[in-house]
Design a protein around this ligand. Structure first.
Ligand code: ATP
Ligand code: ZN
Length: 225
């Protein structure tokens, strides 16, 4: 891979992790000259640049080496790692730090009438989700034979539409579930925002920059604790 002397960090362009990620980088002492299209932000205080992208793209950008580090939900990272594993691909990223924001859980939820049933009652049912990798791994571990229905969004309305008997989706307060007459029944995966990087370090000047970045990040995270 071509040697690079600037570090590139991918963060979510807009969404739940966008503002806290920007805030964290500011507290680390990074400042940026925003480009007009706001996809690429040039680092002014250090040779560390930003790429503003969809959160789902972050693991892939790290895997292909387009970005060096990324701030992303562990749920997204683990789902894509699971899919790589299933496809027989090598591990392509590593969780370097947990960042203390963006907490949520990937949970199975069922219609209120089915509340209180054991996990084994999911057998033979259809579960709608955008996280097939994590859900299938969870079902496999418990030897529950359920059908996973892949939906890219609006998973919570699947039971009402007759597309599934249960859902598996991200929950933080539970407000969305309650609004759709669903009850959380099983936690499949616990998540928060993490700093991700490649499984091996960097072979050029980015190694020193990454070390400096991590040192400063650790300082900020310690104060927060
Ligand atoms: P993008 O346009 O970047 O694809 P998105 O709609 O996939 O955005 P958001 O809804 O902004 O993403 O969520 C980003 C991340 O925030 C999630 O992957 C998850 O890690 C975290 N998160 C925290 N609480 C919640 C929640 N209640 N629902 C969904 N995500 C949550
Ligand atoms: Zn997304």
């Amino acid at each position: 891979m071509k040697a690079r002397d600037r570090l590139r960090i991918a963060i979510q362009k807009s969404g739940r992790l966008a503002d806290p990620a920007r805030e964290l980088l500011a507290r680390i002492g990074l400042s940026f000259r925003e480009s007009r299209d706001r996809l690429f932000c040039y680092g002014e205080s250090l040779p560390i640049d930003l790429l503003l992208v969809r959160d789902d793209d972050i693991p892939g950008l790290i895997a292909e080496g387009t970005c060096d580090l990324g701030i992303v939900g562990r749920n997204v990272l683990a789902e894509q790692a699971e899919n790589r594993r299933a496809a027989g691909q090598a591990e392509a990223y590593r969780e370097l730090r947990t960042l203390g924001f963006g907490s949520c859980r990937l949970s199975i939820a069922v219609p209120q009438d089915d509340a209180g049933q054991p996990a084994s009652a999911l057998a033979g049912k259809r579960i709608a989700t955008s996280y097939p990798g994590l859900l299938e791994a969870w079902l496999r571990e418990r030897a529950i034979d359920a059908e996973v229905v892949l939906l890219s969004g609006s998973v919570e309305i699947a039971p009402r539409l007759g597309k599934a008997e249960a859902i598996c989706d991200l929950v933080s307060t539970g407000g969305t579930l309650a609004a759709n007459q669903l009850v959380e029944s099983e936690i499949v995966f616990e998540s928060e925002a993490v700093l991700a990087g490649p499984p091996d370090g960097f072979g050029d000047e980015r190694a020193g920059l990454a070390a400096l970045f991590l040192r400063r990040l650790d300082g900020v995270l310690r104060v927060r604790d």
